[in-house]
Each structure stands twice: as C-alpha cells, then as structure tokens.
Design a protein around this ligand. Structure first.
Ligand SMILES: [Zn+2]
Length: 258
C-alpha cells in the first residue's frame, strides 16, 4: 500500500513538474499559463497529448520534436523528475498533512524560480510574492512540525534582514565598483527566505550561495569566457543554499562553530 501511495505522490509531482515547465517557458514572456495548448518552441506546432506525457514522451521521442525533429531541451525531463523526487522526499519525511502540502507547493515554486533565473536571469515578482505569502501563511498553520520559523514577528524580522542584506550588497557594488552584481529579484527572494527561516538563516544562505556562485564562475573565469562583470544568475545558488539550510542547517552550524 505504501508503495502505491509513494508512486501516486511521485506521479503527481511529475505532472506538476510538467506544469512547472509551462510556467518556466511562459512566465518570463508574460504569456498566459492556463489557456492555450502546449506547442513546440522551435516549430510552433501543437503537441498531441500522447507526445506530451511527462517523462515518458521525452524518452519515447528520443528528446526530439515529432514534427521538426529538433532537440527538445533536457530541462523538460529534468524539471519533471526533480519535482517528482521532491514530492516523494517530502511525503516520506513528514507526517503532518499541512506540512506536506505546504512544502510541496513551496518546492514547486522554488523549482520554477530556479530554472527561470537560470535561463533568463530574472525572477518574476509574482513568484517572489507567492513565496512571501506562503511564508507568512505558515505562521498560522496548526501542527506545522518543521525547522521553519513559526512565529510571525521572527518571520517578519527575517524578511527584512533578508531583503536588506542583498539590497546592501547591490548598493555597495554600485557605489564602489559601479556595476550591478545582483538584482532586486534576488533581494525579494532572500526576503522570502528570511520570512520562511528567520534572520538566523540569512548569514548561512548568503555565505553558502556566494561560495556556490564562485565555484560555478571560476572555471569560466579561467577560460576567459566571462569576466567579473558578466551577469550570473544568483537565484539558483540562493535556492540550493536554502535547501542545504533546511535539510542540514543545524548540523552545519554546529560544524562551523566547533
Ligand atoms: Zn518542433
């Protein structure tokens, strides 16, 4: 029985991952999400339902459009798989229904932000505000048993600290280096993280995401493909750092303090 439930949860995740793919493609272009059938981004031909099955169609079609034979981005497959796995992990690690639903919605939105920022270097306000709204809502959910902050004042202080930390970095960069290192989208995302985890999480998330960013940029810096002025999407690093904080935050903190 547990196996069947787990499979159903994974399947639900994969289907919502497919919806996430639609958002990742359409939100930065300001297109409507709900209406309109799916179409091939290359040849614009409408995709039949049997070619639009999550995970399966990508494998059957060998990652090529049936009509124009051009390559379909592997991002479609990756997003569906990651969402399915996230839902399964949340379902198997938490018992309270509120918590499971909350974390599943949160993970879905973070996955959408991750890939939109990676491809377009922007984070739509609508998504950042949804994270903030959810983060405030969780303070009022009963039996919410996670390491997330669960007190409205702490949450709001966290949001303000999160926003101003990135705002300060942007301000300092502009003043001293005359460049735009990050955008306000990153600041709003960090506000959402502060609202979720409290101000205590901000130093950790900033530090880890900066390290991740450096690891990502260093190889291309040495190849001279990029210089320090090149734009890099910072949102994905913030999200990964936030995930590490959520999963292992207490453990890592105790390691740093030792
Ligand atoms: Zn096509």
């Amino acid at each position: 029985m547990i196996f069947i439930y787990s499979f159903l949860i994974f399947f639900l995740g994969v289907c919502l991952g497919s919806f996430a793919n639609v958002c990742i493609y359409r939100l930065p272009k300001n297109k409507q999400i709900v209406s309109g059938r799916s179409f091939c981004p290359k040849c614009k031909k409408k995709i039949n339902w049997y070619d639009n099955l999550p995970l399966i169609s990508f494998i059957i079609l060998n990652s090529k459009c049936r009509n124009c034979k051009r390559i379909i981005s592997s991002r479609y497959f990756i997003v569906e798989l990651i969402t399915g796995i996230s839902f399964l992990l949340i379902y198997s690690n938490f018992e309270n229904l509120n918590t499971i639903i909350f974390l599943s919605i949160l993970s879905l939105i973070l996955i959408i932000i991750f890939f939109i920022d990676l491809e377009n270097f922007i984070i739509p306000d609508s998504l950042n505000f949804t994270i903030m709204g959810l983060a405030l809502l969780k303070n009022f959910l009963p039996n919410f048993n996670t390491s997330l902050i669960h007190e409205i004042n702490q949450s709001i202080i966290g949001g303000m600290v999160g926003y101003s930390s990135i705002w300060l970095i942007i301000f300092l960069y502009k003043t001293f280096k005359k460049i735009d290192g990050m955008g306000l989208g990153d600041a709003k995302l960090m506000a959402g993280i502060g609202l979720l985890f409290g101000w205590q999480s901000i130093p950790f998330v900033l530090f880890v995401s900066a390290i991740l960013g450096l690891i990502f940029v260093l190889p291309s810096l040495s190849n001279k493909q990029k210089n320090m002025r090149s734009e890099i999407p910072f949102g994905p690093f913030i999200i990964v750092a936030c995930l590490i904080y959520f999963a292992q935050g207490d453990l890592l903190y105790s390691l740093i303090l030792v």
